[in-house]
Write a protein that binds this ligand. Structure first.
Ligand code: FAD
Length: 376
């Protein structure tokens, strides 16, 4: 008999949904509870690098992502004037006919994965969470907020960076600390010239855009700030416009009036990261995704490594004869890769904040892109 026949997934973000689909592929019965009745992610667009595209292809959702999002290869670099200064190649990690990266609106990606989760046969309950988990050694008893109960061979916790599960099972782990940099994001109409990610280098802040559909792109601006406190919302378009003012590129300047449109949906996010020391399980309860490995976005890899963790967990649980075997193999395949992404992203962030060594920044980017392309 298989070691695991029934799994409860807590949290229907990208990581939880990936785990649920991968576990179903292995023939395991999966219940998923998501606390948000509307099952909608926060935030604007998201960058999908080559490794993340490979993970989405494994889940069978690449075609939908290509249809609703925007896929392309390479990242264009230019000076604040708009003059082209180079290109970062993005390897075709998912195969020669799949581009090296892309972008998509978070709500679209979430909808695509939610459809795939339901289609795979996962029993999804939204607006519902656990009230109590009791690991009895041979199974975990769960009591839910809708009054129902269940018994599971394994519980997968993917309730995000503000995780209640982490607080309960890893009380010694401090909550993520503000790193000293914030990211501003906005959704804007895509000028025809923007056909792949583009970044403007050499100014006081880092500015970039990435197409997320045939018609739109998202803009990100990273800014060093000693305080993470949120400025008055009404001032956000003015603050963002002021940060773009020193960039004379006519394309960037033409975007400034659009920041005042409601559709720009400007978002302000102080950055933090977190790496919980392995093992990420306490008995039969295992945590994945931002719950235990949350990164700053400098390698655009947070969602990607969460989805990979879900896939690897599904594969190992599906083939192991004991839960311990499955979890040992899971940790062996995930620890170094997640640590690399978090540490390299943090280093890139600190170099940007300190206006540090550009050559080191370029080297870390290059090494990380190569490491991410390695098989998982
Ligand atoms: C500014 C910024 C930009 C980023 N850009 C990128 C990018 O370009 N590319 C990239 O790959 N990554 C990016 N990331 C990282 C990415 O957003 C996260 O890594 C990813 O969303 C993590 O997914 P998750 O499923 O682990 O957690 P989450 O997305 O946080 O999902 C957790 C889910 O659990 C639910 N939940 C919470 N509590 C409970 C509970 N008690 N019971 C049941 N459900 C619960 C939540 O409602 C949510 O649906 C970025 C992050 C930031 C902060």
């Amino acid at each position: 008999m298989a070691a695991v026949n029934t799994v409860l997934v807590i949290g229907g973000g990208f990581s939880g949904m990936a785990a649920a689909i991968a576990l179903r592929k292995a023939g395991i019965a999966v219940d998923l509870v998501e606390i948000d009745p509307n099952w909608r992610p926060e935030g604007a667009g998201i960058t999908i690098n080559g490794a993340s595209l490979r993970a989405f292809e494994t889940l069978g959702v690449f075609d939908e992502i290509a249809k609703r999002g925007f896929v392309s290869s390479g990242v264009e670099l230019c000076a604040p004037t708009g003059q082209a200064i180079g290109e970062i190649p993005t390897p075709r990690v998912a195969g020669s006919d799949v581009p090296g990266g892309g972008g998509i609106m978070r709500t679209d990606l979430s909808r695509i994965l939610a459809d795939a989760t339901r289609a795979s046969g996962v029993n999804v309950r939204t607006g519902c969470t656990y009230q109590r988990l009791d690991d009895r050694g041979d199974s975990v008893e769960a009591v839910f907020t809708d009054g129902t109960r269940g018994a599971y061979d394994l519980v997968v916790g993917a309730d995000g960076v503000r995780s209640k599960l982490r607080e309960t099972f890893y009380p010694e782990v401090a909550p993520p600390q503000y790193i000293g940099q914030v990211v501003w994001r906005a959704v804007l109409p895509r000028p025809e010239a923007i056909v792949r990610p583009r970044m403007w280098m050499g100014g006081a802040v880092k500015v970039g855009v990435n197409p997320v559909s045939a018609t739109h792109m998202y803009m990100f601006v990273t800014e060093a700030r000693s305080e993470k406190s949120q400025p008055d919302r009404a001032a956000w378009p003015d603050l963002l416009a002021a940060m773009l003012e020193p960039y004379p590129d006519p394309l960037l300047q033409s975007l400034i009036p659009r920041l005042y449109d409601k559709e720009a949906a400007i978002d302000y996010r102080p950055l933090a990261n977190l790496l919980v020391p392995a093992p990420w399980n306490r008995g039969r309860i295992v945590l994945i995704g931002d719950t235990v490995h949350a990164t700053t976005p400098h390698l655009a890899s947070g969602a990607g490594i969460g989805v990979e963790s879900g896939i690897v967990l599904g594969e190992e649980v599906g083939r192991a004869r004991t839960i311990q075997d499955a979890l040992d193999r899971f940790h062996a395949r995930r620890w170094d890769r997640c640590r690399m992404v978090i540490q390299n992203s943090e280093r890139l962030c600190r170099i940007e904040m300190e206006n540090g060594d550009k050559a080191e920044h370029a080297r870390i980017m290059r090494e990380s892109i190569i490491a991410l392309a390695a098989p998982i």
